[in-house]
Design a binder for this molecule. Structure first.
Ligand SMILES: Cc1cc2nc3c(=O)[nH]c(=O)nc-3n(C[C@H](O)[C@H](O)[C@H](O)COP(=O)(O)OP(=O)(O)OC[C@H]3O[C@@H](n4cnc5c(N)ncnc54)[C@H](O)[C@@H]3O)c2cc1C
Ligand SMILES: NC(=O)c1ccc[n+]([C@@H]2O[C@H](COP(=O)([O-])OP(=O)(O)OC[C@H]3O[C@@H](n4cnc5c(N)ncnc54)[C@H](O)[C@@H]3O)[C@@H](O)[C@H]2O)c1
Length: 469
């Protein structure tokens, strides 16, 4: 077996691994990148990109149904599901060159198309090579968790890895799990003309602010999605029938399993490197180091939040620490998340309930409802609100539900990442009429009681007015 050595060995060419490889190689490090499956990982091939492409197709279909409000004759869209899936594949193909072997070889990265496994604390084997590295970055991502439900293996169920290949339109799609995957795919499919039932063991979108989640759930229901909560699936029978703990059962033509993720650790032979795991992934400290000090873990496999932008953020920290030798600690308070249903649901930092628990009486909550935004009135998309959780003038969390919530939350990452106050947001001037004004208006809502319901301010104003020439 041939030997190779490098400064940085990166395992996994997905959102996290590719970002580390690009940064490290372009800064002069000697980098080897291992990928056992598809370049681009889950996000490009089975996750964010195909799901958002299908959501875009579904939004067009929905717009046709709702055109009457704007004076345009509404039509029932004629959906060709297989062609919608072609669109999904075209979108993937358009982005794929950015994640390709050729592009990374152009940066000077040596790409080996194989799964890597540890053979010692500092060496891995892949592609017929024994590779030793000064530092190793594990960016192996996660896979769909398939729970041990009785009978599940006897039916042809779908996961986020197989859904994109399905070309026949599901007549009735059953979805187990009302998390982000379940809810995004439920709305996309009902809009594309399938009947959809979501069977959720607890509460749909249960990690989110309940009031914000309710707005999304109500909208999906009004579009025809059947959402069944407190319905833990215990068995699946041919047909396809899904059975719930309390005796209810649901029959459909297709079944999507979306009940969470499991970290991709099994091929790595972590024991050979003395690397410990937790229930959710590889155990890391706040510098993303594993229990083997020369090995880092980033992105989904690190067992925390699971988002492409988090993997990208982790990658930046690794370039800082493993490439430049600078200290870099991972924080989570400025990491947003967004679920791309319509209305969208975005969160950064603490929800109101979490902030109340952590900060008690010091918490102030400012709120602005979307139906006061003139642009959204013009667009007729006024369902939604923003809530900012503020402690001593600084936001500690923001919840946004409504049109473009995922875009609106960007600003709050800037604010929280840089420790800015609400005054920084209220100082901003937004062009009128934009949806982005909502962010300024919630800052305004925070200051309104302080300025307009304040006796001291009123006294000062009366005094100034008396003396002004
Ligand atoms: C349906 C769906 C929709 C999503 N939508 C969004 C979204 O809208 N926004 C968002 O931010 N996130 C979204 N996500 C989450 C996002 O896809 C992940 O958080 C992100 O891909 C994680 O990046 P990663 O680098 O950790 O892993 P990945 O991108 O999955 O990359 C890991 C790579 O490692 C490879 N690998 C595994 N083991 C080995 C080994 N031993 N040797 C070599 N290679 C190995 C895998 O083949 C894979 O290519 C979505 C996920 C799903 C499933
Ligand atoms: N827009 C985005 O950023 C986006 C979109 C999709 C996925 N993702 C990422 O992918 C991850 C996984 O998403 P997900 O939706 O698969 O997982 P999830 O863990 O967020 O939700 C799974 C849901 O399934 C339910 N469940 C579990 N077992 C069940 C059973 N036996 N019967 C019925 N319900 C059951 C859970 O109560 C939970 O609500 C997300 O946490 C997120 O990090 C992100």
């Amino acid at each position: 077996m041939d030997s190779l050595s490098c400064d940085l060995l990166i395992v996994g060419a997905g959102s996290g691994g590719l970002s580390v490889a690009a940064g490290a190689a372009q800064m002069g490090a000697d980098v080897i990148l291992l990928e056992g499956h598809e370049m681009g990982g889950d996000c490009l091939n089975y996750g964010c990109v195909p799901s958002k492409a299908l959501i875009a197709a579904a939004a067009r279909a929905q717009a046709m149904r709702g055109a009457g409000t704007y004076g345009i004759a509404p039509v029932a869209p004629q959906v060709d599901y297989a062609v919608a899936k072609d669109h999904v594949q075209e979108v993937i193909a358009q982005i794929a060159p950015m994640d390709s072997v050729e592009r990374f070889e152009g940066f000077g990265v040596r790409v080996i198309r194989d799964f890597g496994a540890f053979v010692s604390e500092t060496e891995m084997e892949a592609g017929g090579y024994r590779i030793s590295a000064r530092r190793i970055v594990l960016a192996t991502g996660s896979s769909p968790f398939v729970p041990p439900i009785d009978g599940l293996e006897t039916v042809p169920y779908l996961t986020n890895e197989t859904l994109w290949q399905l070309r026949e339109q599901p007549a009735h799609l059953l979805i187990i799990g009302g998390g982000p995957i379940g809810m995004e795919m439920a709305q996309a499919h009902v809009r594309l003309g399938s009947k959809v039932t979501v069977i959720e063991g607890a509460k749909a979108l249960g990690r989110d602010d309940p009031e914000a989640a309710a707005l999304v759930i109500d909208r999906l229901r009004s579009e025809g999605v059947e959402i069944v909560e407190d319905a833990k699936v215990t068995a699946v029978r041919e047909g396809i029938t899904v059975e719930v703990e309390d005796g209810r059962s649901f029959t459909g033509s297709h079944l999507l399993v979306a009940v969470g993720r499991r970290a991709n650790t099994e091929r790595l032979n972590l024991d050979a490197a003395g690397i410990q795991t937790t229930r959710t992934g590889i155990k890391v400290d706040d510098r993303l180091r594993t229990s083997n000090r020369r090995v880092y873990a980033i992105g989904d496999v690190a067992g925390g939040m699971q988002f492409t932008h988090l993997a990208g953020y982790h990658a930046g920290l690794i370039v800082r620490s493993a490439v430049l030798g600078l200290p870099a600690k991972a924080k989570t308070d400025h990491i947003p998340r967004a679920t791309y249903t319509q209305p969208e649901l975005a969160q950064i930092g603490l929800t109101e309930a979490e902030a109340q628990q952590r900060h008690g009486d010091a918490l102030e909550v400012a709120r602005f409802d979307f139906h006061h935004n003139d642009r959204l009135i013009a667009e007729r998309q006024t369902a939604g609100f923003i809530k900012a959780m503020v402690v001593k003038g600084k936001p500690v969390g923001v919840t946004i539900v409504g049109a473009q919530a995922g875009e609106l939350v960007n600003l709050w990452s800037l604010v929280i990442a840089n420790g800015l106050k609400m005054s920084a947001v209220s100082n901003m001037v937004s062009p009128y009429p934009t949806v982005g004004e909502i962010n300024k208006r919630v800052a305004g809502a925070y200051f309104t009681p302080k300025l307009f319901e304040n006796e001291t301010v009123k006294k000062v104003v009366r005094l100034v007015q008396r003396w002004l020439p």
